[in-house]
Design a binder for this molecule. Structure first.
Ligand code: SAH
Ligand code: SF4
Ligand code: F3S
Length: 441
């Protein structure tokens, strides 16, 4: 009888992708994944520590596990991901009952480490960061599962050291996978029925910049755009400083490339952008947006924003609100600044009080809500091209898919639709999605 593994994933798409890979490794080791925590023989917690809240969530989940470990002392508990990298063996003290702590670069060593941990001889930590690494072949298999969309990791790490950010410390230096490997993986996924690929990296625009990879990012996008049977291509995340004209051009010429870009702005104030070490100005950002809209007038742009960075004045903050009104982002993830040692901003001595950060965050969210809702409302009465992913979360009688511009569309209609690109008549706008009905296959 196979053993059961429960996987909890926190954090970004990288972590989701890493969890998929670890699920593949575990299945090769005769572990079947389960949704039932109480019945699990192994629990793998893939953690994030990007902001204080993310870290708290991971610790709270680990706290919940104690009860299960008490009931079943043989329960194998593995902590993976960025918090594992950051805390290493300190986690064994902070959260007793763990067997194995494994950083993001240690994933491919999971089989040997797990076998060793199963012998129960000692607690194991694997968190060395290498400077240059040959990325292991991807072990993920869809196991005959019908999946319409898939992530493909094209690079790992980050060299940017934005002053607030912990990622360069926990994910190590930038390293790009060979383009041939990436194409092979994508062709394989398309053969298994995948219709949409999202390329992943902390900063995809610097793909291949260090002589690795085999080509630059725009070239990679062009090559992938030619893969037979691939309907849609997306990528995330783009750093504005490295968004080249060559890549911008791709939005006008590569058919599968969807009309959406996630382009984190962080702040609309030059003074704050400088202190964040972002290496672009407000005008640079606006110029890139203008170029994108020039090539692709209906492109939807989403962003990340930080409220209450150290030293942010009311005037700096107003600059952020102002640029949000100018660009009219389709969506924004907004966060309250939090200290993430050893990131540089931890040493800035002009931190803002919690209530100020909170109040600014609320204003950011309120403005974005209004912009997103108005954008969604302007789509009512129009048609959207939707790639159907499966049943809608809210109603099993409705389908769910995404428009090319990335809005979630829930709609009614008959047929076996998952994996198909259909036309939907948009009838209603909600805050986070659109509603409609099938208007053609
Ligand atoms: N590599 C991506 C994003 C990584 S983290 C990029 O460069 O855009 C996702 C978002 O978390 C960041 O864009 C930023 O808005 C936010 N973030 C990162 N560190 C933070 C911190 N210390 N406090 C608040 N928000 C933070
Ligand atoms: Fe963090 Fe900046 Fe790297 Fe993004 S580009 S992961 S925000 S250091
Ligand atoms: Fe979190 Fe690590 Fe991603 S810190 S946001 S899981 S890269």
């Amino acid at each position: 009888m196979s053993k059961k593994a429960y996987i909890a994933t926190f954090g970004c798409q990288m972590n989701e992708h890493d969890s998929e890979q670890m699920a593949g490794i575990l299945s090769n080791m005769a572990y079947e994944t389960t949704e039932d925590l109480a019945g699990a023989d192994l629990v793998l917690v893939n953690t994030c520590c990007i902001r204080q809240k993310a870290e708290e969530k991971a610790y709270s989940f680990l706290g919940r596990l104690r009860r299960f470990k008490k009931k079943n002392p043989d329960l194998m508990v593995i902590v993976a991901g960025c918090l594992a990298q950051q805390e290493g063996s300190r986690l064994f003290k902070k959260s007793p009952g763990l067997n194995l702590v494994i950083g993001p670069q240690g994933i491919h060593r999971l089989p040997e480490l797990l076998r060793e941990a199963e012998k129960n001889v000692r607690k194991i930590t694997c968190t060395e960061l290498t400077t240059s690494q040959e990325l292991p072949g991807h072990v993920r298999s869809l196991n005959g599962k019908r999946t319409v969309t898939a992530y493909v990791s094209i690079m790992t790490g980050c060299n940017n050291f934005c002053s607030y950010c912990i990622v360069p410390y926990v994910r190590g230096r930038e390293f790009s996978r060979r383009s041939g490997e990436i194409l092979k993986e994508i062709r394989g996924l398309v053969e298994q029925g995948v219709r949409e690929i999202t390329l992943l990296g902390q900063n995809v625009n610097s793909y291949g910049l260090h002589g690795d990879g085999g080509c630059g990012f725009a070239d990679l996008v062009r090559k992938i755009g030619e893969v037979d049977g691939l309907d849609r291509l997306r990528f995330t995340t783009s750093h504005p400083k490295d968004l080249s004209d060559d890549l911008i051009e791709c939005f006008g010429s590569i058919k599968p490339l969807c009309e959406h870009i996630h382009l984190p702005m962080q702040s609309g104030s030059d003074r704050i952008l400088k202190r964040m070490n972002r290496k672009y100005t407000r005008d640079d950002y606006l110029e890139k947006v203008a170029k994108l809209k020039g090539v692709c007038p209906h492109i939807s742009i989403t962003t990340d924003l930080i409220a209450g960075f150290p030293g942010e004045t009311e005037a700096d903050f107003e600059d952020t609100l102002d640029i949000m009104r100018q660009v009219r982002f389709a969506g924004a993830f907004a966060f309250k600044y939090s200290d993430r040692p050893p990131a540089k901003a931890v040493t800035f001595n002009d931190k803002l009080p919690e209530p100020v950060k909170q109040e600014r965050l609320s204003r950011l969210l309120a403005l974005q809500k209004e912009i997103t809702y108005n954008r969604n409302k302007s789509m009512v009465g129009k048609r959207a091209e939707v790639l159907v992913e499966g049943y809608s979360k809210s109603s099993p009688r409705e389908w769910m898919g995404r428009a090319r511009t990335n809005e979630v569309v829930n709609f009614s209609g008959d047929g076996d639709l998952p994996g198909k690109v259909v036309t939907v008549a948009v009838e209603k706008a909600c805050l986070h999605s659109l509603k409609g009905s099938l208007a053609g296959e």
